[in-house]
Structure formats: C-alpha cells, structure tokens
Design a protein around this ligand. Structure first.
Ligand SMILES: *Cc1c(COP(=O)(O)O)cnc(C)c1O
Ligand SMILES: *[C@@H]1O[C@H](CO)[C@@H](O)[C@H](O)[C@H]1NC(C)=O
Ligand SMILES: *[C@@H]1O[C@H](CO)[C@@H](O)[C@H](O)[C@H]1NC(C)=O
Ligand SMILES: *[C@@H]1O[C@H](CO)[C@@H](O)[C@H](O)[C@H]1NC(C)=O
Length: 423
C-alpha cells in the first residue's frame, strides 16, 4: 500500500514535469477514436409546447416545472433534507394519512407498483388481484415474478367490483394480500375505496391500492378507509414530471414487513432501507450512514412544488376543480353525441374519460387532427380497445374549465371534419 502510493506520487511528479505548460496540451490525437460524432447531436434540442390531455403525463403545475431550473444542492445538505421532509408531509396530505412510512422511490409509478408488491409479498403467499383494466394485469404479472400464488378476479372492461363481490372472493380464497386499482386509467373506471380496508381487517389480509390515477384528483382518505399500502407517481395528480414514485405503508403493513422470513428481492425499494434514507428510522445526524443511492434533487424540487401547489389551493378545492372539469367534459360529450365507455356515471374515473369513437369516424385520425391542428395530445386508448376509443385526460394543472373548453372545442372541430372519417 505504502509502496504503491509512493510509486504513484513519483509518477505524478514526473508526469507533471513532462507537461511544459499545465493544462495547455490540446493534442487530441493521443486519444484516437474510430467513431464519428453523431450528426443528430450537433444541434441543440428544441421542443414545442403541447397541451397534454392523455392519460398522462399531464402538463406539470407551473411552479413545479419552473423549479427544475433551481440550482442543484448537495444531497446531504440541510436544505436538501428539509425538502425530503416537505415532500413526506405533502404526500401524507394528499393521501390524508398520518403514516410515518411515507416516502418516495426513484422511478415511475411502475417502480412504486413493483416496490410495494416486493415489500408485502413473500414467496408462496396468496395475492388476490382485482382486474378492471390493463394496470392490474401488470401488477398480477409482477406478483407472479415475485413468487406469489396469484388469484385473479376480473370484471368486463368498463365496470368495477361491488363490495359484496370483493367480500365473496376474500371469503373463498383467504389471500394474504388484496390488490386493487382505485382509478383504472386504461378503462376510465373508478373503484371506490370505502369499505375495502374494513373487509381486509375482517379477513386478515393487507390491502394494496394503486392510486396513481386518483391522487390529487379525487379523495383517497387512506386512514379513514383503513388502506394499508398505496403507491402513486409524480406526474399525474401531484402535478410534477415523470420520475418519482411516492409510497405509503400503514403501521399494520409495517408489522407484516417486520415479520418477514425472507428479505424483499430488490434492494433499492426495500422499505426498511428507504426508511433510513428518508430519516424515518435514522437520525439526520447520521446522514452519511443513511445514504442509500443518489437522489435527483431536480425531480424532488419538482415534486415538492407540485405538492406545494396542491397545498396552496387546498386539497378539497383541488378535488372540486377536478369534479367540475369532469362534469363539463361529460356535458360537452353528450352534446357531441359521444358514447361513454363506462356506462354507469358513478363508475367513471374523474380525471381520465373514455368515449367510443363515433360511427364513421377513425380514432387515430381524430388523434392526429387534434395534434396537428391544435397542438393537443389526446389518445386512442392504452392496451384496451386501442384505436376504437377517444381517451381524454384532464388532471393536475389541466383540470379547469378553460382548458377543458379548448380541448372539447378542438374535439368538436375534429369530429366535424371529413379528414377524420374512416375509410
Ligand atoms: C400511469 C399509471 C400507472 C403507471 O405509472 P408510470 O409512471 O407510467 O409507471 C400505473 N397505474 C395507473 C392506474 C396509471 O394510471
Ligand atoms: C500528438 O500526439 C501524437 C500521438 O501521441 C504524436 O505522434 C504527435 O507528434 C503529437 N503532435 C503534437 C503537435 O504534439
Ligand atoms: C403557466 O405558464 C404558462 C406559460 O408561461 C401560462 O400561459 C399560464 O397562464 C400559466 N398558468 C397558470 C395557472 O398560471
Ligand atoms: C359542427 O357541426 C355542427 C352540426 O353541423 C354545428 O352545429 C357545429 O357548429 C359545428 N362545430 C364546429 C366547431 O365546427
């Protein structure tokens, strides 16, 4: 070790002496490369602004987007740690929970889905998955990969489970975990949470709920509804950009984590590891030991500011704004003669609405028309009846009457135009 260091220093001194003028050696032929510079990277990036009215991501809240320009702090500085605490409080507020174990994974909503399933499932355990669209099939797939004994219950697209159907399945299968989607953005279906937690207490299982498409849009009330675990994403109702996945675990869920016989499969989303990194189980004084992985300060700023926007407005007002926008879209759609994908109005998701493309009209052409003529992005569905439906998402900063008017006016033009006729 000492000799190595000595040689190293000697070499360094000699090499310094070799350079006649420190830093002025611009001879790049000493680093020959056979690879040419890619032409595509020789010009700076330019993008156009769009109205993002699909199932997500939505346009972020302005203050969330603007915060991406703020100077980047060191990860372990006091002001950075304060941002972590701000975010935890903001997430608790939008979820209406007091859960201590509330923190954020780096990754998208799907990282949250994978992470919470991994923490809650031990190989061989029974997971009852309620499928009302695409996203629950992903969760089911992940649970199988984690070695769970997955039982799927399924409803036809456009409908949801009743409480008695859920109870019957719990009674029959006696699962360790019940997994449901609160807002299925691929079918536009809302699955209410009232009574779910109570049933899981009664049948001694853990509830895991996907609230990606409902949080910051309609009430979650995690504690009141006795929900054990939820995950969400930064880019939908929280009004931020893609890249972070907040999660929250109830004390009951954490008791199951502590009783585990095996460790979770993934290190980075292990709630016990993350609880240290978010200073839930580690004091701030031990910040160097709490370090788990690099954190993106810019993404965290953006999430903090998205949450701060919700706090400033008040969550009840945010829910109201989303509900008003939803009613307005339904009203305009009725006038246009559009048929809703979800028949029962009470089962409709607030923020993401799906209609059947009218007879004689091509959904793909409508999508193109909206983008080319109006700079508005809608979608033709995601995995479910793709190309046959028109999917309009207005949430976060886009959930307001003015934006909804712009979108529905453009849709009216698109539907009137012969350019969108099917062949
Ligand atoms: C968007 C969405 C997801 C996935 O989130 P990503 O950030 O795209 O990984 C999961 N569930 C629901 C209900 C969603 O709407
Ligand atoms: C640059 O480096 C190459 C390879 O080491 C050497 O052959 C050449 O003489 C150097 N040119 C100058 C101007 O120093
Ligand atoms: C957000 O910023 C855009 C672009 O600067 C502006 O047009 C819009 O009015 C702002 N929205 C709000 C709610 O302030
Ligand atoms: C679309 O067509 C209807 C029926 O012809 C008409 O009343 C309406 O004004 C038109 N809307 C637009 C935006 O062109």
């Amino acid at each position: 070790m000492g000799i190595d260091l000595g040689i190293c220093l000697v070499t360094l001194i000699f090499s310094i002496k070799d350079v006649s003028c420190w830093g002025a050696n611009t001879n790049t032929t000493s680093f020959p490369s056979k690879y040419k510079k890619p032409e595509c990277l020789k010009s700076p990036l330019e993008t156009e602004s769009r109205l993002l009215a699909t199932g997500g991501p939505a346009n972020p809240y302005n203050r969330s987007f603007d915060s991406l320009q703020l100077p980047i702090l060191g990860m372990l500085e006091d002001p950075s740690i304060k941002i972590l605490f701000d975010i935890q409080d903001g997430i608790r507020y939008v979820l209406q929970t007091k859960n201590e174990y509330t923190l954020v994974y780096h990754g998208t909503g799907t990282t949250g889905m994978t992470g919470v399933l991994d923490n809650m499932i031990e190989p061989g355990e029974k997971v009852l998955v309620g499928i009302i669209g695409y996203w629950a099939t992903v969760a089911s797939n992940i649970a199988k990969r984690l070695g769970a004994n997955v039982i799927q219950m399924e409803k036809p697209h456009g409908s949801r489970f009743s409480l008695s159907e859920i109870e019957a399945a719990l009674k029959q299968h006696r699962p360790n975990i019940l997994y449901l989607i609160n807002g299925e953005s691929t079918t536009g279906v809302y699955q209410p949470l009232e009574g779910i937690g109570e049933l899981c207490y009664k049948y001694d299982c853990i509830s895991i709920i996907d609230v990606v498409a409902t949080v910051g849009q309609q009430p979650i009330k995690m504690d009141e509804n006795k929900i054990d675990v939820v995950y969400l994403s930064s880019q939908k109702g929280c009004g931020g950009i893609v890249g972070l996945a907040p999660v929250s675990f109830s004390p009951r869920a954490m008791r199951k984590v502590r009783r585990r016989q095996t460790v979770p499969k993934f290190y980075q989303t292990d709630i016990t590891e993350q609880a240290d990194a978010w200073y839930i189980t580690m004091p701030v004084e031990q910040r160097n030991e709490a370090f788990l992985h690099s954190i993106s300060m810019s993404l965290l700023y953006s999430l903090r500011e998205g949450l701060a926007n919700v706090v400033e407005e008040g969550i009840e007002n945010v829910w109201q704004r989303h509900a008003d926008t939803h009613r307005y879209i339904q009203f305009r759609a009725r006038k246009l003669g559009l048929e809703p994908y979800v028949k029962n109005p009470e089962d409709r998701l607030i923020g993401t609405t799906i209609f059947w493309a009218p007879k004689g009209k091509d959904a793909v052409k409508i999508e193109h028309y909206m983008l080319e003529k109006f700079n508005i992005e809608i979608s033709v569905g995601l995995f479910v009846d793709m190309g046959k439906v028109i999917r309009v998402g207005l949430f976060g900063s886009n959930a307001n009457r003015a934006t909804a008017t712009v979108v529905m006016d453009a849709l009216e033009f698109a539907l009137n135009s012969t350019d969108t006729n099917s062949e």
